[in-house]
Design a protein around this ligand. Sequence first.
Ligand SMILES: [Zn+2]
Ligand SMILES: [Zn+2]
Length: 404
Amino acid sequence: MSDDHRNRGVPAEVVEPAAPFISSPPDWLDGRPRIGIHTSIAGEASRALDTAARIGCTALQIFSASPRMWPRPHQRRIPTAVAARFRARRAALRLGPVAVHANYLINLASPDPRQWANSVAAFADEIIRASQLGADYLIVHPGSARDAGIARGIVNVAEAVFRASAEARSVPELRDAMPHSAAAPDPGTDHSAPPPASSVRILFENTAGQGTGLASEFSHLRDMLDACRSRGVSPGPGVCLDTAHLLAAGFEIRTPEGLDRTLAEAHAAFGLDHVCVIHCNDSKSPLGSRTDRHEHIGRGHIGREAFARILNHPLLRGPNRAFLAETPIDRPGDDRRNVRALWSLLGLIPPRSIPTLRGSARSLPRPFGVPRRPSVSSSRAKSRRPVHRARRASSRRTRTRSPR
Ligand SMILES: [Zn+2]
Ligand SMILES: [Zn+2]
């Protein structure tokens, strides 16, 4: 898209939605729990997959470009070879779903025509990069309409998602991509169907309620999904629920009754079957603080007991739902410890195979989601996991700022 296009105001032309395509389930949708963490793509995108597998993930989240800067022209697309390596490695490691978190500067609700147009262009690029990587989900904070109000913001979001999706569908690069996603036809069984231009599903993330941002209330999410449906966005967007944001926005998810009430409200508003990802983050900020600060699992205002209830809640635990942490890395190994905490709270041990040789049979994960057995001593369980290697890998990169 040209700069001229970016800087134009809200365009007036109408773009017809593409016809829906036949879907088949992806490889990762095998009924086993999907646990993951936000992982850095520094160096080469496919390394994030190895890092995730090494620390015990069966799913992961990444940024496809710098999350707090507008991408430079050469960063708007993933080089074809890099995207192909990512998709091949992801298939070899049987990781999924892969979620991409969108840039924080994007404001799809903006009442300012120029900022809105820039956001639509940047979001189209996000859809394109996520599709190139074969990602399943693209998670976005809807943004803020500021003084223009919630209703205007929701209309702007639906229009922005519609136009960005249409823009992404027109890009030739995606015809070469082989999406590996929930909505994509299986190229192995359906040779007659051309690969779809984009099959990544957009997920709106709930927010902590800072300022005038949308999505701190379930009614906002409901209205955005309805507005996108009415506008003809396909595939229809879903929802990502962030536990730290829920608590900060005033949802009492720490007690059994509070969690039941929150989930009942969410289900009544937009249907829990539209919740594809749960961001599992403990919160440094208390209930109703409207402040977004993530903490390690079990070490914040939510606590281990509440996380055990969340992860095992019958309405949340399902084969097609991923639990992804976006916890800080204050010390080397924090990512591995948070992933292990999630498995432990599910009553399972993480996958124990660590990839050592790229592309070799040894790198394939063993069956995962093995129930914890009281007879297995912790020392024996530990000896089966090469934690030292994981610790060394984690120590190579230490970040203090966690995704939101
Ligand atoms: Zn989040
Ligand atoms: Zn987020």
